[in-house]
Design a protein around this ligand. Structure first.
Ligand code: 13P
Length: 281
């Protein structure tokens, strides 16, 4: 159907009370699985990969596959660089046709995050791409290599940021973490409500794995329009492979990776209320 920008999808989602799933992929099997799920449910989705994952799956190989698969899909799909960290990699993604990039400057003081984000935002606009940034700190790290301590998004910093940076969706930190959650983890929906009431902006919720359907619905009611999911799709694909042991044929493995990914993506599309939303795009 169409390769679209994240903004085209999230603006509609924000206005209509649902969220777009941003599903991390690491292989053509995972791309196929995510797209199969989106087509089965008639849902727009975002395919994404984070910069830290490119050491396993190089951008110049997976990037063109993501963009081409999105172009050929029967539903609107955006292709996004998740947690962009360095300018050359973000530029490479834009050159490959990604329709959205994130710059993660959450490790810098706010003034530095603003200055760096302004530069990347201008670059994204040259390619007519969407731009996502993060204020505060989401806990953990995308690939589990670092144990970053969560730090709530400060309202005054978010206001300062939105006044100075041309950004389409804002990743907020409300006690959410990458990876599966410990049972004691508390998501601060009260803080999300404060941020949404003051800013009236489409937010991104990172760390979708381990949250419940109820959590997602509360988040959507408080202006979350994009929800990132990675760990639970990797886990679902792995579980599907384990169920098949012992395997006789390589393509049993191939199909299990597709099916496991598709099942997890489909489950989240329903929880995000984005099934059947193609007509809104
Ligand atoms: P999970 O691995 O917790 O689903 O988080 C994904 C994410 O936020 C990617 O940026």
């Amino acid at each position: 159907m169409t390769l679209v920008t994240v903004k085209e999808l999230t603006d509609k989602a924000y206005q209509n009370g649902y969220a777009i799933g941003a599903f991390s992929v690491a292989s053509t099997e995972m791309i196929n699985g995510a797209i199969q799920a989106a087509e089965r449910t008639n849902a727009p989705i975002i395919l994404q990969i984070a910069e830290v994952r490119l050491k396993q799956t190089p951008l110049h190989i997976i990037g063109p596959a993501m963009v081409q698969a999105a172009k050929e899909a029967a539903v609107p799909i955006a292709v996004h660089l998740d947690h962009g960290l360095t300018e050359p990699v973000i530029k490479q993604a834009l050159e490959l046709g990604f329709t959205s990039v994130m710059f993660d400057g959450s490790m810098f003081p706010i003034e530095e995050n603003i200055a760096k984000s302004q530069k990347i935002s201008r670059m994204a606009r040259q390619y007519s791409a969407s731009f996502e940034a993060e204020i505060g700190k989401v806990g953990g790290s995308e690939d589990g290599s670092e144990d970053i301590e969560a730090q709530l998004t400060a309202l005054h910093e978010a206001k300062l940021f939105l006044n100075q940076v041309d950004v389409d969706v804002l990743a907020v930190a409300i006690g959410n973490s990458h990876g599966f959650y410990k049972s004691t983890t508390q998501i601060r929906f009260d803080h999300l409500e404060i941020l949404q009431q003051a800013l009236q902006y489409p937010f991104v919720l990172h760390g979708g794995s381990g949250l419940t359907e109820q959590d997602f619905h509360v988040a959507i009611e408080q202006g979350v329009a994009k929800i990132n999911v990675a760990t639970s799709t990797f886990h679902a694909a792995l579980q599907k492979v384990k169920e098949l042991e012992p395997m006789q044929d390589y393509y049993e493995l191939h199909n299990a990776l597709i099916d496991g990914s598709a099942e997890n993506v489909e489950k989240h599309i329903h929880m995000f209320r984005s099934a059947g939303r193609v007509q809104y795009v």
